[in-house]
Design a protein around this ligand. Structure first.
Ligand code: PLP
Length: 365
């Protein structure tokens, strides 16, 4: 990203931020809230009517039977994850997170003094968990407190079904650890529907949500958490002691997003799906192999080198295309780069054309 910001005219395929504007009715609701005085602190857990809207969405969309007191509002999904880690981990505890997976699962752990180990996802099986490896890590490390699950997954685009999620829930039960479910991409699925792990084991699952990706609201900074009462109450205290509360106008914007017209979401998801299809077709034409994503807005593409950091740096220097190096997501991302579908179709097409040419020139060298 730093290179992208410094280099004029780059085609940006590394972004994790929707290129769509926040839908107008959400912006309008926030402006009207600001005019009517939502410019002060709110209760640290969040405004009651906002938590009510979240609880209703959690029941209707996710199938989680929760009330508003089971929900805490945070300053985005990243902050929600920090609050959950902070609430549940002591220094010396361990977090298991997917490999490849969002890098912040590890960096957030280091802020709380917890150690991080990655459990491998099997590339050849659509990035499903390697259950033998995961069970081995749980046997080896009695200090594991949390297993992070991320479906739809960043960077993999994998959408895990009930069988995988039930096996994960069972492992958590056997080893008495919490399952932390990061559902920030819940709305962005193509063929399969999203399943919330909390529907399989409510006692041991802490679920993290965000309005960032679903409603193109990354700059508003609103996330929310639900789970067992004792965890939700601790998360509320972490929110209070880190940001006091999520911004009042942003909470009202999130309420309008959750209660309002959902057609803009369907339109954005349809656009990501058609970009996915376009990207897969163009990658194939360039002779590049990619793992077709089932959700989120990323595509993992195979490149002929394990050093994907050098690859990405050379690509931007030579052809002005930015991609995310797979290794940034853990050793499981080796030999892969992540392309984002959160850019318009012409950027995706031209970026893939340049990527193909770059790979061919590199192989010939
Ligand atoms: N989880 C995953 C997997 C992400 O990719 C991101 C953002 O990129 C987040 C959580 C956090 O998003 P936010 O803090 O904007 O809700």
């Amino acid at each position: 990203m730093d290179i992208a910001f410094r280099t004029p005219g780059v085609l940006r395929l590394e972004v994790g931020d929707p290129d769509f504007p926040t839908p107008a009715h959400i912006v309008e609701a926030a402006a009207s809230a600001a005019r009517s005085g939502y410019t002060h602190y709110t209760p640290s857990q969040g405004l009651p009517e906002v938590r009510q809207a979240m609880a209703e969405k959690l029941s209707s969309f996710n199938g989680l039977r929760v009330g508003r007191d089971d929900v805490v509002v945070s300053a985005g999904g990243g902050h929600a994850l920090f609050a959950v880690y902070r609430a549940l981990c002591d220094p010396g505890d361990m977090v298991l997170a997917p490999d490849p997976g969002w890098p912040n699962y590890g960096t957030i752990a280091s802020l709380t003094g917890a150690a991080i180990e990655r459990y491998p996802l099997l590339r050849e099986e659509g990035f499903s968990p390697d259950f033998d490896a995961l069970a081995g890590l749980l046997d080896k490390h009695p200090n594991v407190k949390l297993i992070v699950v991320n479906t739809p997954g960043n960077p993999t685009g994998a959408v895990w079904g009930e069988e995988i999620l039930s096996r994960l829930a069972e492992l958590c039960r056997i080893h008495d650890v919490y399952l932390i479910s990061d559902e920030c991409y819940e709305a962005i699925t193509f063929e399969k529907s999203h399943i919330s792990p909390g529907t399989l084991d409510a006692e041991r699952t802490v679920s993290v949500f965000s309005v960032s990706k679903t409603y193109a609201m990354t700059g508003w900074r609103v996330g929310y958490v639900t789970g067992p009462a004792e965890v939700v109450s601790m998360v509320g205290r972490v929110v209070e002691n880190t940001v006091s509360c999520a911004a009042a106008v942003s909470q009202k914007a999130a309420e309008a997003a959750l209660r309002g017209d959902q057609r803009p979401v369907a339109e954005m998801v349809a656009a990501y799906e058609s970009r996915r299809d376009l990207a897969m077709e163009r990658l194939g034409e360039q002779g590049l192999s990619a793992i077709e994503p089932e959700g989120a807005f990323y595509v993992m593409v195979e490149v002929p080198t394990a050093d994907t950091v050098a690859f990405a740096s050379e690509l931007v220097a030579a052809d002005k295309v930015t991609v995310a190096p797979g290794e940034a997501f853990g050793p499981g991302g080796s030999g892969l780069i992540r392309l984002s579908l959160a850019s318009d179709e012409s950027t995706i097409e031209e970026g893939i054309r340049r990527l193909g040419r770059f790979v061919r020139d590199r192989v010939l060298e």
